[in-house]
Design a protein around this ligand. Structure first.
Ligand code: GLU
Length: 441
């Protein structure tokens, strides 16, 4: 049996690191199994779903390299849900219920007041045909509940959480369809998983309670439930899913110079017993992917750690992987020289500009002699090893200057700027002749 996974975002917003992590795990598992990875857009909620978000989701996945083998939209599949629903209705597994939200709320309060769990009492199941007709004549429209089988204990062996057990008699029959005929998430999702041949449902542990209900829906639809893997949630470094993390989108990571492969490397592994390592392609992540390595504790995401990992990834990326994003004229040797100092690919442009751009730096009158001395020193030092250290040492001796009075005029004259990358790294690249020329002004 070949693996089929699906990533099922609702296009009601942009993807953020939390749901991208789920997408990555689904993709890795499908690739490892040589199977299919499906993008399923959960857009039954016409009001909150937006085409712009659909496009952004596709773009983000493409940027990350998580290409889907198939794409489906729930909004185009209503006929399938209708058909599944009718089958369940004919089998007595869905039934109409007429309580208003206020009536249900009151029932819950009474139950809680009596110290009982607030489980739906199935009053609607006891209605006679006459009683239903009377309610409908009053203008009441039913919503629809899925009837749990109280005699069929719910159990599955979760690939991350281990054996799970639920007593169906302690659960409310879930509402699957609203008064206006619109669908709640659970039944369409189960119907899709059956029809699309999904073998593994990989999603956040906030869905565990839904899974308990869906296990019986699969069975009622005549299908064996897929395997489930519920992953612990992603939290920020401060220990909870902060608002910031919930809105940390791929666009802002891209702008921060984070490489897609760095995101994969990080999100594939945090929360698992495998180390987070800089990689330059997904192959090692695919090969090592294993639900058995996933922990039960929340996975902590830290932006500073991602940036540090990204710097290591950028150092390792081969020239060919970045060439088209480098500034015009920057060859392999140039990049090689800069590579240890680049924290992002885009930074190369800034360095390039400093090395080869025109430097406009009118020195302050009090620095003129100093810079002349610097030009002389630059002509005498040994350039083969650490020219910056040599230049600084020689100038300290010649001029008695130190600290800012020493460094600042040099940086300005050599780079035209007040701040920037380390001079020790820049000076060898600027080179002897260009350095002397810039110091002479
Ligand atoms: N649209 C649901 C969500 O984003 C899908 C959950 C699932 O994977 O089944 O939470």
């Amino acid at each position: 049996m070949s693996v089929v996974t699906r990533f099922a975002p609702a296009p009601t917003g942009r993807l953020h690191v939390g749901n991208v992590r789920t997408a990555i795990h689904n993709w890795l598992w499908a690739r490892k199994g040589g199977g299919r990875f499906i993008l399923r857009l959960d857009d039954t909620d016409a009001e909150r779903s937006e085409q712009a978000h659909v496009e952004a989701i596709r773009e983000d996945l493409a940027w990350l390299g998580l290409e889907a083998d198939e794409e489906h939209r729930q909004s185009l599949r209503f006929a399938h849900y209708e058909e599944g629903f009718e089958r369940l209705r004919a089998a007595g597994r869905v039934y109409p219920a007429y309580e208003s939200a206020q009536e249900l709320d009151l029932k819950r309060k009474v139950q809680l007041g009596r110290g009982r769990p607030p489980v739906y009492d199935r009053a609607a199941l006891a209605l006679t045909a006459d009683e239903r007709a009377r309610l409908e004549a009053e203008g009441r429209r039913p919503h629809w509940r899925f009837r749990l089988d109280h005699d069929a204990p719910i159990a599955w062996d979760d690939l991350i959480r281990g054996p799970q057990h639920f007593d169906p008699s302690l659960l409310s029959d879930p509402v699957v369809r609203r008064e206006d005929g619109s669908w709640l998430y659970m039944l369409p999702s189960a119907i899709d998983d059956v029809e699309m041949g999904v073998t593994h449902v990989v999603r956040g542990e906030d869905h565990v309670a839904n899974t308990a209900l869906q296990v019986q829906m699969f069975e009622a639809l005549g299908a064996a439930p897929p395997a489930f893997a519920h992953e612990a949630l992603l939290v920020g470094s401060e220990g909870k899913l902060s608002k910031r993390l919930g809105s940390l989108g791929m666009d802002s990571l891209r702008e921060a110079g984070i490489e897609p492969i760095s995101i994969l490397a990080k999100l594939a592994r945090i929360g698992t017993s495998l180390p987070v390592e800089p990689v330059t392609d997904a192959a090692p992540l695919i090969e090592s992917f294993d639900f058995a390595t996933f922990g039960r504790a929340p996975a902590r995401f830290d932006m500073a750690e991602l940036e540090a990992l990204n710097a290591k990834v950028v150092h390792q990326l081969p020239y060919a992987a970045v060439a088209e994003r480098l500034p015009e004229g920057m060859g392999e040797a140039d990049r090689e020289a800069l590579r240890p100092n680049l924290k992002s690919v885009a930074e190369a442009a800034g360095w390039w500009e400093i090395l080869h751009g025109h430097v406009e730096a009118e020195p302050a009158p009090e620095d003129r002699d100093f810079l002349e001395a610097a030009a002389e020193a630059a002509g005498e030092i040994d350039w083969s090893e650490s020219p910056w250290a040599a230049l600084v040492a020689s100038l300290k001796e010649r001029t008695g200057r130190s600290g800012k009075a020493l460094f600042h005029p040099l940086r300005r004259a050599l780079t035209g700027r007040d701040s920037g990358p380390e001079m020790a790294a820049l000076l060898p690249l600027i080179g002897r002749d260009q350095a002397i020329a810039r110091l002479r002004g």
